[in-house]
Design a protein around this ligand. Sequence first.
Ligand SMILES: [Zn+2]
Length: 471
Amino acid sequence: MRYRDAIAVLLVALCLPIRTSSVTAQSLPSPEVVADQMIRRALMDRKGYAWLKELCDMGPRLSGSPQSYRAIEWARAKMKALGFDRVWLQPVMVPRWVRGEVEEAIVHLPGTSRAVPLRVLALGGSVGTSTEGMQASVLRVSSFAELKTHREEAQGKFVFFDFPMDAGKVPTFAGYGEAVRYRVYGAIEAAKVGAVGVLIRSITTRYDDVPHTGVLFYADTLKKIPAVALGWQSADRLAELLRRHPQLELRLQLSSRTLPDTLSYNVIGEIRGREKPEEIIVVAGHFDSWDVGDGAHDDAAGCIQALEAAELFLRLQLQPRRTIRVVFFINEENGMRGARAYARRAAQKEEYHYAAIESDRGAFTPRGFSVTADSVLIARMQAWIPILKKAGIDWIRKGGSGADVSRIPNCPLKFGLVPDSQRYFDVHHSANDVFEAVHPRELELGSAAIAVLTLLLSETDLHLPNPVSTH
Ligand SMILES: [Zn+2]
């Protein structure tokens, strides 16, 4: 009987619609059957993990950096080699910020010759100091409100925003959301009260001394002042030194600077749909990263998962009913220019995006999909949970999608893959975010989860509202 079962399985396998150059109108086997194959192949072949290694070996991919161009060329060649029907680069002008060679913070204690070095990382977009550096005393506050009450004392000093990310919150993004305002707006609020520089406590869940960067904003009407993140232990050290020596001085030297905007690209690859080619399902990540570590979880892994989700159709020789388009957005971290350019072009061409899925929360064990969509559609999608559960997805809930896909016009279903979040902020935007921090099974299960959702979106009908004109 076993032998006969095996023959039956083989026959079913041979009957799958084989993807050839001529479009077949054949429908796929049931989603349950294809989902099982996708998950198994992802976990066993580990192709995505191998691609992640190739990508991470090129180094981090800050917009406009030499490594980012090498990675873009790699991605284009990879999509072509994998057999995507159409692969192209979409031009985007991006900001070009460079960290430079010098990054140094040293505490000088009053009345002694003692100097205590601190581990710092300039925030993304920060201006540098003069080549000699700058020296000033430090005002430590725990909030913007506290800064306001001490505004007279801030004049001519560094402001140290000592706001630890709330470790008591189970979803770590909730703690991040509160703390990130000091990174993004700290330099503006400090400049308003006449401060000369900003220090923040790194936004992290790990108690090490590796500082975490990320974007900051300046206001055109205010002085642009240098801003750095302190490693968690360095922040503890500075807080303690300030308690004992409120008059201490900090010397900061940074050679970061902003160069003129430069031409870069979104990388796009497409598998043409067999029945509804004009209905596009985007699977995406952002291709740029910060300039420390490998940008492995953020967001090389998300891009690889998007790539592999689409490639699993090719691997299984299945042609999807709708068009699957992989988009690697450039410049999510410090400008969102890639997402804006993509959205603009989609509106101009009046493209209809049936759905879009982004992976940009780390490649940890997948848990669910958060979706921006009409409640009626979300209710209908609950019928998919038994199939998605095969890939570890327990829920589809209303919520945010991803920074890039959220901008796509004329798209009724926008998803974000939600993995377990406990370890993401250990590595996020830091030298800890390296290839070795990604677990192959967790990465591959995420690829499979996106592939299965893409399959369900492609092969079934949710009876969406008719495509609307974007004009
Ligand atoms: Zn990201």
